[in-house]
Write a protein that binds this ligand. Structure first.
Ligand code: PHE
Ligand code: ZN
Length: 878
């Protein structure tokens, strides 16, 4: 096996032998052959080291000068596949390295790439080494000066980090722009963008009195879609000053929207690059969810300026230092800007739907991983979202004021440094005089803890189980804050933890809480607000779940109770389908048979409660949503996906019938106003989407149609249109086809909007889905080189088209693997994301498992397999 297929370990960290103090880098841009000249001042850090090992990948070396003298190959330096080793037995030197690169042939979208007439860079995590030879590691901080020379006057903007020093027309007609970033930074925060854009300008005066120029660059003709991004940026700047006392530190803040991007967005210093879907919005083309995501991602990248850029990571194992913390910060921001409950539910859904699955699969890793083969594989829901949950627990345990003290100390100590997660926790400890040594296990231990709760006569017993994961056999008890209360028989809610603050800390394997007599027949309300990223095991009866739904004070707890009820009913249907599978005489189609009268009644009771309670629209909407297939799947071992899919569908239909009047009434009550993105309207539209979907389902069961077409024609916004399309997709396939044609006619020109169209097609439950996918890949708006298109079409199919993907003959699996074989050579990072659902192989029943296994084995033998896929496949097939 080649040496690059050996994983790196966190424990092997060593400080860099050399530092690079300044970088003076020039680019002569050309799509096929860009010339790079990189002048660096280097300093020896570890005495005795006499070889400077620079990283470099896919570069054409031209020349090296050491202190003004032309260096000779094999005497002064050696070149190899992954870089350049320079013999350097001095404490200081000036190096000048020339190389060329080919941006137009760079389909990986990492390094410098050229696509649809614009140049763009992406350097995190290790992309700078595809631009020039460098110490491409985040603990090497340098001051950058960047010169961009371009002979194409139509590229109106030549951008890089920091302040613009010079913009001149050279005698030969070429343009030269020079930028300087006064802040030292790691190479992964470098950026260069050159293209023709429209520009939206605004300004913000910081609390320190700095006047900041704000600029949003978008494709020409889209200026009217940039306003929401700009106002989100200003809100984020203000919020970070108000909440954490953090102000912006440059005179210019630029955001560029590009159509070809591997991720959501990137926090390059002073020059954020965004996937255009997280910038562009107008009511006609963007949903409420898009508006929400734009606001939160703009904030996320802005918040990185302090948590990530001013204080950065020592090494990539510490990624959660910046990502977990910054996700937590953007979550708090969104909670303040919109509905806190709605935000929390979204966050919890991400954990239960995606993170729990990752932690139960072959890629299970702690939020601070110990071993990495391909760093791009570790931008995960674990590092990001579980990382944010860990920060949130600190915030809960230390209180908001204590957390703020810890943040202040963290910046006071580490501004301008590259540090570790331990440094962060140390600041939290020192600022609060707290002992977080057991808490820190959250950083090193992988897997989802399970907390079992038992109501014994006069006490509650809590037990935590931390099962072994593929990466870690031995686990320890974690420090788990559990928000907990008890409802008495009358429905009065009582705190039960010793300090009566409502949060019990389970720090040992088991603990008990004694109960006063009046609570000995009560019902626990547990893990309210998802106070820790754990699973709860408590054997509620259906009536007890309804008791929580009715009487818990917290809307979150009510929602969580509804989810428990649905999961329980689906489990019952799943188990009864299993019996039916073994008994050919039974009638599989009559879903009423799956449930006894009491079980059906529990659903009726839930709807009755919704009708009589006065809950906000968004809470009702959330309570009417059944957990997704993916969320449920994690609860099953030896899963038969098609059986779960049927059970899910059966409950959906039963809910639609039970809630028919409720939905009808709420649909009638809707007072439609012209579109505005504001919370009460968002809540109303959310409820509309849920009700219309259930209602259309209920009608279609009665053989009746619904006039979706005219409702669609009347909708003035994308949120309602998409709601109607989804309703049609699930219940009325003729209306769906008609609406999709209409949609394509209206939005066929808009790449961002068409992603929704591709995704709707890809998730439609239809028997000919694979030939549909073939046709869609031939669509003029589709391109295998564009990650958004690939995710919208093939990604949506693999993640969310349960019926097609898990087809019993294995054709869905084969389709995705055939596609991955092609995609891996073009863009391995995207291929490595699309493969995710297949990694769950070991949790499926043997027939499905072996179908997936044979496809993955076929992929594994592919020639020139990327490191990205190699790492995941070798772990899955191990
Ligand atoms: N650092 C980016 C963010 O979280 C994500 C990213 C990672 C983007 C790697 C591109 C490449 O905001
Ligand atoms: Zn981030």
């Amino acid at each position: 096996m080649s040496s690059i297929l050996v994983a790196k370990r966190r424990d092997d960290y060593r400080p860099s032998d050399f530092f690079i103090d300044t970088v003076d880098i020039s680019f002569i841009l050309s799509p096929e052959n860009t010339e790079v000249c990189n002048i660096m001042e280097v300093t020896r850090n570890i005495s005795g080291c006499d070889i400077l090992k620079l990283d470099g990948e896919q570069l054409n070396f031209v020349s090296l000068m050491i202190n003004g003298r032309l260096a000779k190959e094999n005497i002064d330096y050696t070149l190899h596949e992954n870089g350049l080793d320079i013999n350097l037995d001095v404490d200081h030197a000036t190096l000048e390295i020339k190389n060329t690169i080919s941006p137009i042939n760079n389909t990986s979208l990492e390094g410098l790439y050229y696509v649809s007439g614009a140049y763009c860079t992406q350097c995190e995590a290790e992309g700078f080494r595809k631009i020039t030879y460098f110490l491409d590691r985040p603990d090497v901080l340098s001051k950058y000066r960047v010169t961009i020379i371009c002979d194409r006057p139509e590229l109106t903007y030549l951008l890089s980090n920091g302040n613009k020093l010079e913009d001149t027309l050279l005698e030969d007609g070429r343009r030269k722009v020079v930028w300087e970033d006064p802040h030292r930074k790691p190479a992964y925060l470098f950026a260069l963008v050159a293209g023709h854009f429209d520009r939206l300008e605004d300004s913000f005066t910081t609390s320190e009195g700095r006047e900041v120029l704000l600029e949003v660059f978008v494709d020409s003709g889209r200026l009217h879609q940039a306003g929401h991004a700009m106002s989100s940026l200003k809100k984020a700047m203000k919020w970070d000053e108000d909440t954490f006392g953090l102000a912006y530190d440059l005179d210019r803040y630029m955001i560029v929207a590009v159509d070809f991007f591997n991720m959501g967005a990137m926090e390059n210093k002073g020059l954020n690059v965004f996937n255009s879907k997280f910038v562009l919005a107008e009511p006609k083309s963007a949903t409420d969810e898009d508006y929400f995501n734009i606001e939160s991602i703009i904030a996320h990248e802005y918040f990185h300026n302090w948590t990530g850029n001013r204080v950065t990571c020592r090494d990539w194992f510490q990624l959660s230092l910046k990502e977990g913390l910054t996700v937590f910060r953007d979550q708090r921001f969104s909670e303040d800007m919109s509905s806190a409950l709605g935000c929390r539910i979204k966050q919890v859904k991400v954990m239960r739907e995606h993170q729990f699955a990752e932690d139960a699969g072959p890629m299970s890793h702690p939020i601070r991983p110990d071993e990495v083969l391909e760093m791009n594989n570790f931008y995960t829901v674990t590092v990001y979202d579980k990382g944010a949950e860990v920060i949130r627990m600190l915030h809960t345990l230390l209180t908001p004021a204590g957390f703020r003290r810890g943040m202040d100390l963290y910046f006071a100590r580490h501004d301008g440094q590259a540090v570790t997660c331990d440094d962060f926790v140390q600041a939290m400890e020192d600022a609060n005089d707290a002992n977080l040594s057991q808490f820190k296990l959250w950083y090193s231990q992988s897997g989802t803890p399970e907390v079992k709760l038992a109501l014994e006569q006069n006490q509650l017993r809590l037990t935590q189980t931390n099962k072994p994961t593929p990466d870690q056999a031995v686990k320890q008890a974690l420090y788990i804050p559990i928000k907990l209360s008890m409802l008495d028989e009358k429905g009065l809610e009582h705190t039960v933890d010793e300090e009566h603050l409502g949060t019990f800390v389970l720090s040992q394997e088991a603990a008990t809480i004694s109960l006063p007599e009046r609570l000995q027949h009560g019902v626990p309300v547990i893990l309210t607000d998802f106070s820790a990223p754990v699973k709860i095991d408590y054997q509620y009866t259906l009536d007890e779940i309804l008791h929580v739904l009715r009487f818990a004070q917290s809307h979150y707890a009510k929602w969580d109770a509804s989810q428990m009820l649905y999961s329980r009913l689906i489990r019952l249907a799943y188990d009864s389908n299993e019996d039916n599978d073994n008994d050919n005489n039974s009638d599989n189609n009559n879903d009423n048979n799956k449930y006894n009268a009491g079980q059906i009644q529990s659903l009726t009771n839930l709807i009755e409660y919704l009708e009589q309670a006065t809950l906000p629209d968004d809470v009702v909407a959330q309570i009417l949503c059944i957990p997704s297939f993916e969320t449920l799947a994690i609860e099953y071992t030896q899963l038969n996906p098609s059986r779960l899919q049927s059970a899910h569908q059966e409950l959906t239909l039963l809910l639609a019938r039970t809630a028919k009047d409720c939905c009808e009434r709420r649909l009638k009550e809707q007072r439609v106003l012209p579109y505005r993105y504001e919370q009460s309207e968002v809540n109303r539209r959310t409820l509309f989407a849920v009700c219309i979907r259930l209602h259309v389902l209920a009608l279609s069961q009665e053989g009746k149609g619904n006039d979706l077409l005219s409702a669609y024609a009347q909708a003035d916004n994308m949120t309602d249109k998409l709601a109607l399309l989804k309703a049609a997709q699930q219940a009325d396939i003729n209306a769906f086809d008609a609406l999709m044609i209409d949609f394509e006619e209206e939005f066929g020109h808009d790449a961002v909007v068409m992603d929704k169209w591709f995704a709707l097609h890809a998730t439609a439950p239809r028997d000919d889905i694979l030939s549909r996918l073939d046709l869609l890949q031939a669509h003029s708006q589709y391109s295998v080189k564009n990650p958004n298109k690939v995710r919208a079409l093939i990604g949506s199919f693999a993640f969310y088209n349960t019926q097609g993907f898990h087809a019993a003959d294995g054709s869905g699996y084969k389709y995705v693997v055939d596609f991955l074989m092609k995609l891996d050579a073009i863009n391995p990072q995207v291929a490595s994301r699309i493969i995710t659902p297949l990694l769950q192989m070991n949790r499926y029943e043997s027939t499905y498992k072996s179908l997936i296994e044979s496809q993955l084995s076929r992929l594994f033998t592919q020639k020139n397999l990327s490191k990205d896929l190699f790492e995941k496949l070798s772990k899955t097939l191990a």
